[in-house]
Design a protein around this ligand. Sequence first.
Ligand SMILES: [Zn+2]
Length: 285
Amino acid sequence: MRTLIIILIASFTLAGCGDQKPPSIPKNNQESSALNTDDHTKDMDRQEEKVEPEQEIDNNAEKNEELEAGTVEPKYMVNDVYSIVPISDANPKVVLLTIDDAPDQYALEMAKTLKKLDASAIFFVNGHLIDTSEKEKIIKEIYELGFEIGNHTYSHADLTTLSAKEQEKEILSVNEKIEVLTGERPKFFRAPFGKNTDVSKKIAENEQMLLMNWSFGYDWNKEYMTKESIADIMVNTELLVNGANLLMHDREWTNAALEEIVIGLREKGYETVDPSLIKTQRDPE
Ligand SMILES: [Zn+2]
């Protein structure tokens, strides 16, 4: 029974965030794409104990405390190919929306669009983009609209080219800044170009941040730099499956297409998963 079927191992080059710097990722470091499968979901089911209704009632006080503390019982987890898989009986037909390289020019507008549509997302921010009081205000506003703020390093450098000390600065300075602005340290870390190192993995672990690459994204490719083309591919790609982790960016064309993308995903039956329901190292075992 315990079969993990990785359907697609990458002839795709999913080197995201490549529009700031050319990715030029060595073959063995490229993020491969794999589809989440139902078999994998079954594994997750088996590992989790079902919560009976009576228990849920008994746990209400605890849940309220959790809600007040800003945490809720996790319903999903991230698997080894960064797909979102349900714990127990949560709806498997979900996708995770992520917006990287924020807040450049469109992040706040994108957050407002998503809010209007009642769609959740993680905004992965770069520290160098929040160096002005105006941008600080934007981060606070995005956070207050209910979105998760993730760490995408200070300068969007390729971490594999930096010393341990430099990597530490790239990552920790962003957590410190975000904590000052929102009162909360990021729970999710996305390395620029998806390129982690042993050092960045260790820092993320110490900071209790979940490492997160993605399943697919297109908006840094020239052919998808229009509203029409990005809206089409994000919804019609064959990589769109249960639990897909969608990478988008703070870009003009993605901003313009965002509403259409969310509506298109919903028309295909996908819910946008609330990142606060994803299990991280901060949730108790
Ligand atoms: Zn990026």
